[in-house]
Design a protein around this ligand. Structure first.
Ligand SMILES: Nc1nc2c(c(=O)[nH]1)N[C@H]1C(S)=C(S)[C@@H](COP(=O)(O)OP(=O)(O)OC[C@H]3O[C@@H](n4cnc5c(N)ncnc54)[C@H](O)[C@@H]3O)O[C@H]1N2
Ligand code: MOO
Length: 464
């Protein structure tokens, strides 16, 4: 183990969440205060005043356009992908496209609810030699005054009138079963006691869950119990990611003006958390012809590009979309960071989300355009909007909405620093993005929060 590794391990022992948060709550003294050309990354506005575009779409409208886009493309009322039958093991996280209707009564036979004895009539009872275990076929009918040992979940023999729990009965020296005083009134057993009758939970044909239900672990269990091997679900939209930029390295330290590709690792799991199946992540470089070929040969439902959205000499996304004859649905959004983001229809049933290259700007585009688009394609429910008061003031952009990484502590959202468009340090410690309207927010002011998919449920839950 290297010296560096040892130190990191030692730190891990005493580095708790609050300490980790302290790393992004306050700017260290060494932070340069003056606004230089590089101050763009730290400036609260996140952009120059001159780059405000009056033709850009308002943030809420951009989200609404992305949500509606698949409906307009297909002419269908819902816009979601054609449903498929999926084995239970593959259906987690998808949405039911058909109601879950019971294929059987549940329980499908009269069942013992307890370990004990199936009894017939009033006691005491003669106990039959052989008991009844769960999963075994039924036994001969009980005669009045007869009892048989029974396990929880076992089918009760015909003519059983009740189940007497193990702890409520006693077998005497001559093999006769007596109800003990634990039952009320003592020595009586109520008719039907501790028997789960067939169809208690549902009858065959009952609707258990409606269309649109997200398939969770209990839904899988319910479906199996109700007799299903496969579920009719809306499949995951297939997404292909094209990472643009000749300056990007796949490994090692930055050098000679080259930097690490942060979006190649960040986007696939995030897209998956938003409901997509990522079929490929390809580095395309700054090559207009390569981008053209990559887009026109893709059969993904959603193409996601990173970088090349602005007006620089190698920003090839706009010219390529023009060459393809794509329909631009959103071309720039009044949001910081991320304002050059775009949404286009490249062909019937295929959309392209153009994310800006700056990493936090790309995250902003992911939540503004990709999230609602994927949500409609996958028929996922919209997240419940909610607000929390901001602990600190957040400086606003004069015209645009700002998305600011926040940590949620108690009932307040704590704005994190390092929220510049090129920075991931704030979002990496965040639970949500706060939506800050033009003009900013005062301390204590309520802000809408966009939850980050893993913040509430844990990574294993949302990346299934
Ligand atoms: N004249 C103007 N220039 C810029 C404007 C503008 O309005 N007028 N907007 C700025 C803003 S805001 C953003 S955001 C960026 C958007 O630029 P692009 O989408 O064209 O992205 P690139 O130029 O390719 O890259 C920007 C920046 O991000 C770095 N980058 C790109 N890809 C990655 C990656 N996968 N991992 C890490 N970093 C990445 C890239 O090296 C650049 O530093 O445009 C501004 N300029
Ligand atoms: O501020 Mo840009 O909007 O970095 O995306």
């Amino acid at each position: 183990m290297t010296a560096h590794g040892t130190r990191a391990d030692e730190n891990a022992d005493d580095l708790d969440v609050e300490e980790a948060l302290a790393l992004v709550k306050e700017l260290p003294d060494r932070t340069p205060a003056p606004r230089t050309s590089s101050s763009h990354d730290r400036s609260p506005e996140g952009g120059r005043s001159g780059d405000h575009r009056h033709d850009a779409t308002a943030w809420t409208e951009a989200r609404a356009i992305a949500e509606r886009a698949p409906r307009h493309a297909t002419g269908s009322r819902t816009g979601y992908l054609t449903p498929v039958d999926m084995p239970l093991a593959s259906a987690l996280g998808l949405t039911l496209a058909a109601p879950l209707t019971a294929l059987t009564d549940l329980p499908s036979f009269d069942t013992s609810a307890m370990d004990g004895w199936a009894v017939s009539g009033p006691g005491p009872w003669d106990v039959r030699d052989k008991g009844v275990l769960a999963g075994h076929a039924g036994h001969a009918p009980l005669a009045d005054g007869e009892a048989v040992r029974i396990a929880t979940g076992a089918r009760i023999p015909p003519d059983t009138t009740a189940v007497l729990r193990t702890e409520h009965g006693r077998v005497d020296d001559v093999g006769r079963l007596h109800a003990t005083g634990a039952t009320r009134p003592p020595h009586t057993v109520t008719h039907g006691q501790d028997i789960r009758p067939r169809g208690q939970e549902c009858r065959s044909g009952d609707q258990l869950l409606p269309v649109g239900t997200p398939v969770s672990p209990p839904v899988l269990g319910m479906a199996a119990a109700a007799g299903y091997d496969t579920l009719r679900v809306v499949p995951r939209p297939r997404a292909e990611v094209f990472v643009l930029g000749d300056e990007l390295l796949g490994e090692g330290l930055p050098h000679d003006g080259l930097i690490r590709d942060a979006l190649g690792p960040l986007l696939p799991p995030w897209l998956r958390a938003l409901g997509a199946e990522v079929t490929a992540v390809r580095r395309v470089g700054d090559d207009e012809q390569a981008l053209y070929e990559a887009i026109t040969s893709s059969d993904a439902d959603v193409i996601v590009t990173t970088g090349g959205t602005a007006a620089g000499p190698v920003d090839h996304v706009h010219p390529t979309l023009r060459r393809i004859g794509a329909e631009l649905l959103v071309d720039g959004v009044q949001v910081r960071p991320g304002h050059p983001m775009l949404l286009a229809r490249t062909k019937k049933n295929q959309h392209l989300v153009g994310l800006p290259g700056n990493p936090l700007a790309a995250v902003s585009g992911l939540l503004t355009l990709a999230e609602p688009l994927l949500r409609t394609l996958a028929a996922r429910p919209a997240p419940e909007p909610y607000t929390l008061p901001l602990r600190d003031a957040v400086q606003g952009h004069p015209y645009d909405t700002r998305l600011i990484p926040v940590a949620v502590r108690g009932e307040r959202a704590l704005p994190l620093l390092y929220n510049g468009p090129a920075m991931l340090r704030g979002i990496a410690a965040a639970d949500a993005l706060a939506v800050v309207p033009p003009g900013g927010a005062r301390p204590g002011e309520e802000a809408e929060l966009l939850d980050l998919p893993w913040a509430s449920g844990g990574i294993g839950v949302c990346f299934t």
